[in-house]
Write a protein that binds this ligand. Structure first.
Ligand SMILES: *Cc1c(COP(=O)(O)O)cnc(C)c1O
Length: 391
């Protein structure tokens, strides 16, 4: 209550010392014109950087035509966008949201309504330690992480939180009442921990054998971030349900719950709704982002630059024993260090490189997917200099 007492904003984010006035591509500028290289990407959101000319153009155009009608009326572009998302993924049905947590909420309703319709007493959803699914009550209940849920009891029942990447524990915890498994293919907030591809295949297999729905949370790992449109493609599996947000709108608040036709049979008229979800402004941006990112050459470039970044981060790691591990996939990378990650992230910030701390003492890099070698080299130079000067 000290420093923030002049602010009318609830102090849930603590003190914030930095203001940005303008963004262009991979850079952010303060009011006095200081330039920062943005490897935080608005927490893996600004997939096409800041003020991408094509996104500015479609948003401007749509803003002069129509902003909002609600979902009481049919929207041709919404239909087209849903079709385009399905053509690029495992899915055949879409529900539009404004955020990641809402996409998770929707996915949980897909699961509940499915088993309700099937008249099966399947009421437990398996989730994993270290998971992050958002800040709503269902998300807090699912991830069972005290850091987020302390003081918010009672949480919803019906979630079983078990060790990540652990096949034996998964087998032990499956039973007739298991309705679904909810997993992030790459844990983001939890410290950039990828699920082993073998484990994801194992999970898919368990689901098939035991009549269980597989619900992937790709809010952070999705939309090109891993070098594929969705990171499940690396494991060569398909989910039944998927939550997507963050990078999908490149900064416009947008999310979606994707599902197969079968998994979404319970989502009938009146079951769920959203006033803003699939709003014309969001749809216009979303369609353009998808068009750009789903291009094979775009994703090839992401894959190339992420391998370049990875290789050179490993080189830096070998010079400093403060760095414990480089991990992650694509352009969602974690530097696990011995010193306090928040402290080091702040020094990187002073050196004009934005990063985001994650749990497990990790510095997270989630730059725009449009970075080139020049941006990567600039970041690597700052990271190298920062570790060189660390005591
Ligand atoms: C950020 C995030 C969410 C929540 O998204 P919001 O848009 O903040 O509600 C859910 N799951 C994962 C994996 C995330 O990274």
């Amino acid at each position: 209550m000290k420093k923030n007492s002049t602010s009318y904003i609830m102090p849930t984010y603590g003190d914030r010392d930095l203001t940005f006035e303008r963004g262009r591509g991979c850079y952010l500028f303060t009011p006095s014109g200081e330039k920062y290289l943005d490897f935080a990407g608005g927490i893996a959101v600004n997939s096409l950087g800041h003020c991408h000319p094509k996104l500015v153009s479609v948003l401007k155009k749509q803003s002069e035509k129509l902003w909002h009608t609600s979902n009481l009326y049919k929207n041709k572009n919404q239909e087209l966008y849903a079709k385009e998302l399905c053509e690029n993924t495992f899915a055949n049905r879409v529900f539009f949201t404004n955020s990641g947590a809402e996409a998770i909420e929707c996915g949980l309703k897909v699961i509940k309504s499915y088993w309700n319709l099937k008249n099966k007493n399947k009421k437990n959803i398996i989730t994993f330690k270290g998971a992050f699914h958002g800040r709503t009550f269902a998300a807090l209940s699912a991830q069972k992480n005290k850091k987020y849920s302390d003081g918010f009891t009672p949480l919803l029942s019906g979630f079983k939180n078990i060790p990540f990447n652990d096949e034996e524990s998964l087998i032990k915890n499956i039973n007739k009442e298991t309705a679904a498994i909810l997993i992030e293919p790459i844990q983001g907030e939890g410290g950039i921990k990828p699920a082993q591809l073998k484990f994801l295949k194992f999970v898919r297999n368990i689901c098939d054998k035991n009549n269980i729905l597989l619900f992937l949370d790709e809010v952070q790992s999705g939309f090109g971030r891993s070098g594929k449109l969705y990171s499940y493609e690396w494991a060569k599996i398909k989910p039944d349900i998927l939550a997507t947000a963050k990078g999908i709108g490149s900064g416009f608040p947008l999310g979606a719950c994707l599902a197969t036709k079968e998994a979404s049979i319970g989502m009938t008229q009146g079951i769920h709704g959203s006033t803003y979800g699939g709003n014309p402004l969001g749809i216009s941006v979303g369609r353009e982002v998808l068009k750009i990112i789903s291009d094979k050459n775009f994703l090839k470039k992401v894959d190339f630059i992420s391998r370049y970044l990875w290789k050179n981060l490993k080189k830096i790691q070998s010079s400093y024993n403060n760095i414990v591990e480089i991990r992650g996939a694509g352009l969602l990378l974690g530097i696990k260090i011995k010193q306090n990650n928040v402290m080091v992230s702040n020094i990187l910030k002073k050196n004009r490189l934005l990063t985001v701390p994650a749990e497990d003492n990790v510095i997270r890099l989630a730059p725009p997917l449009i970075i080139n070698k020049k941006h990567a080299d600039e970041a690597l130079t700052i990271i190298n200099k920062t570790f060189k000067n660390l005591k």
